[in-house]
Design a protein around this ligand. Sequence first.
Ligand SMILES: NC(=O)c1ccc[n+]([C@@H]2O[C@H](COP(=O)([O-])OP(=O)(O)OC[C@H]3O[C@@H](n4cnc5c(N)ncnc54)[C@H](O)[C@@H]3O)[C@@H](O)[C@H]2O)c1
Length: 257
Amino acid sequence: MTTDPFPSPRTALVTGGGSPRGIGRALAHRLAAQDWAVAVADIDGTAARAVASELADSYGVPTMGARLDVGDPASVREGVTRVEQALPPLVGLANLAGVSSPVEILDVTVDEWDRVVDINLRGVFLTCQAVLPGMIERGIGRIVNVSSISAQRGGGTYSKAPYSAAKAGIIGLSRAMAREVSPRGITVNTVAPGPIDTDIMGGRLTEERKAAMATDVLVGRVGTPDEVAALMAFLLGPDAGYITAATYDINGGLQVS
Ligand SMILES: NC(=O)c1ccc[n+]([C@@H]2O[C@H](COP(=O)([O-])OP(=O)(O)OC[C@H]3O[C@@H](n4cnc5c(N)ncnc54)[C@H](O)[C@@H]3O)[C@@H](O)[C@H]2O)c1
C-alpha cells in the first residue's frame, strides 16, 4: 500500500526513448502497459514519434513523441511545457538520453568532452530542473536517472573518461537533488547498469562481444533492456515512495560492492 497521493491518470516523460533496441523504449512500453500516459523524447524526433504511436496503438494510453535535445535548455523547456499542456499531470521523469565515448584520455578534445558531458550530465540537470516546479506544485514526482557501472569502475566495457565522469556526476547530482526535493514529495533515484544489449556501444553487439563483456559478470551474460526497464518502472511507481537518493546497481554482479 502506498502513502503517496499517486495521481491517475499520470504522465511519464522518457528521454532517449526513441532508440528501437534501447532501454528507453523498453521502459516506455512497461509504463504504458501500467497505464501511464507516456511522452517519448529523443534527439531523433521521428523515432520518438514512432515509439509514441506504437504505445498508443498497443495500450490505448495518451502519448506524445517529440524531438528534444536534452543538452539544449530551450529545447528542454519547450518540450516539458508541451508535455505539461498536452498530457495528464507529469509525475515521472526517466532520463535515458545518453551517448557513449570510447576515446582515450590523451585524445579527448574539449569538443568531445563537452559533447559527452552536455548530453549525459547537463541533460539530466536541465530536464530535472524543468520538471521540478510542476512536481513541487503538485506535491508528487518520481525521477529516475541513469548512471552506469562506468561511474564505479572507470569504464571497462566500452566508454572511457568523459562518459565515466558524466555518469559519476549523475549520482552526485541525483543525491543532491533528492536532499532538496524529497521533503516536497519528489523522489530522485539513480540506476547504474552494467553491460546491456543495446546499440550504444558502437552498434549492435555481436555474440562474440557479448561473450567477452560477460566474462566477469557473475550471472554469465549481458543484461537486457527490459531488465533495466523493470527496475526503473518500479522506482517510478506508486510503491517506491520511501526510496530516494538511492543508487541501484543492475549489472549481473560485475561490480560487487
Ligand atoms: N547499454 C548499456 O550497456 C548501458 C549501460 C549503462 C548505462 N547505459 C545508459 O542507458 C541509457 C540508455 O542507453 P541505451 O543503452 O538504451 O542506448 P541507446 O543508444 O539505444 O539510447 C540512447 C538514446 O539517447 C538518444 N539521445 C542521444 N543524444 C540525445 C540528446 N542530445 N537528446 C535527447 N536524446 C538523445 C539517442 O538518440 C538514443 O535514442 C544511456 O544514458 C546510457 O548511457 C547504457
